[in-house]
Design a binder for this molecule. Structure first.
Ligand code: PLP
Length: 391
């Protein structure tokens, strides 16, 4: 018996554990001090009323013989996939219903998609980055090439024609940097991938936070993207589904590699290893696209975005370079006095009572940067901002 030795190459995942430990130690020493947590990447506002009503209706249906449902469709119920196709049509993107695969979230799809690719592919991953892209490839033993994002490229690195990559990860708006590609930036990536026969894995988990309507919210808004990209999306941040669990992945039929349809391969993979998302949750997700659901979720997003603006403005007033905050719930800024990010974590906690996330936790290129999130309450966000500006 042999285990997968690649697991021994994973870095210890100490980021959020270390943050919790350091915060608890500080609290124990300073019990009178109020700490404001702007480190969390989880939503805090409850589900929209129309989503809750849909979940309740669907639960009731499951308790009645005539409307009870057993196993559903592997790709998701038509009612939800049609709603997703309609959402893309509004962006000017025309999809066929069987290009859409409903899942229990973007994280598992982003990891599971690797099943359809050979281990002998070079993978290009921006740094800093959502750690799942790196860890899932380390688990498979793939070769990773890091692409440095920095203040020089506004944390939106362009392709480097001298780099040979087969699988490319892009996340826009980005976690952790909050930076979002414009159409020209994405076009460069689509051209690079098509020239080389590479595949772009495009994580659009934060697309609903794009407020600048000139920016693309799907890679499929770029001509040629259906020939080279797979897009991952989620109801987690859009509609507060982090605990309810639902997402979807778009695999265009035009995406052919090695003579095979990636849409067919993904369907084969999903129908073998996955039995679908619960009917109840899919009805809840469908309600996100209803007129009421849209209005209610837009209000929640606007609430977070007002928090993000407050944080971004405060950081700018402190004279720090930052990205994000405008089309993203994340504000990513250079640590004051160019401190190292863990040192800055202590500094921010001790001097302002604010907890954030050190950039080093997202990659080498983040080591002098810091992430604050807009998911706390308005009251706490205001308090944190006032503290930052007070000295
Ligand atoms: N992709 C990115 C970039 C994320 O930041 C997250 C969650 O924080 C996810 C995917 C996970 O989404 P889900 O909750 O749908 O699994």
């Amino acid at each position: 018996m042999k285990i997968n030795q690649n697991y021994s190459n994973l870095c210890e995942s100490y980021l959020f554990a270390s943050i919790a430990k350091k915060t608890a130690e500080y609290k124990a020493k300073n019990p009178q001090k109020e700490i404001i947590k702007l480190g969390i990447g989880d939503v805090t506002l409850p589900l929209a009323p129309s989503v809750v009503a849909a979940l309740q209706r669907a639960s009731a249906e499951m308790g009645v013989k005539e409307t009870f449902r057993g196993y559903g469709e592997y790709q998701g119920y038509d009612f939800l996939r049609n709603a997703i196709v309609g959402y893309y049509a509004e962006k000017g993107v025309s999809l066929e219903i069987d290009e859409v695969f409903v899942s229990e979230g973007a994280k598992s799809d982003v990891g599971n998609i690797l099943d359809i690719f050979d281990k002998d592919n070079a993978v290009l991953i921006p740094d800093p980055v959502y750690p799942v892209y790196v860890d899932t490839n380390v688990m498979d033993g793939r070769k990773i090439i890091y692409l440095e994002a920095s203040a020089k490229n506004g944390f939106l690195p362009p392709p480097d024609p001298s780099v040979e990559a087969d699988i490319i990860y892009l996340c826009s708006p980005n976690n952790p940097t909050g930076a979002a590609y414009d159409a020209q930036g994405l076009r460069a990536w689509v051209d690079y991938a098509n020239d080389r026969g590479a595949v772009i894995l495009y994580d659009a988990a934060y697309e609903c936070f794009i407020s600048d309507k000139s920016l693309p919210s799907s890679i499929f808004e770029i001509d040629g993207a259906k020939n080279c990209a797979i897009e991952f999306c989620s109801f987690s941040k859009t509609a507060g589904f982090t605990g309810t669990r639902c997402g979807y992945t778009v695999v265009p039929k035009a995406l052919i590699r090695d003579g095979a349809s990636l849409n067919k391969l993904w369907l084969r993979r999903q129908s073998t290893k996955f039995n679908g998302v619960s009917y109840i949750v899919q009805r809840g997700a469908e309600a996100v696209f209803s007129k009421e659901g849209r209005g209610e979720t837009a209000k929640n997003i606007a609430y977070y975005m007002d928090n993000a603006r407050l944080i971004g403005d405060a950081v700018a007033k402190k004279g720090a370079y930052y990205t994000g905050g405008k089309n993203s719930p994340y504000v990513w800024f250079e640590c004051f006095d160019k401190k190292e990010s863990w040192e800055f974590f202590d500094y921010l906690l001790e001097n302002y009572g604010i907890v954030g996330t050190p950039g080093a936790g997202f990659g080498e290129a983040g080591k002098n940067f810091f992430r604050l999130t807009a998911f706390n309450s308005r009251e706490n966000t205001r308090k944190a901002v006032d503290r930052l500006l007070s000295k």
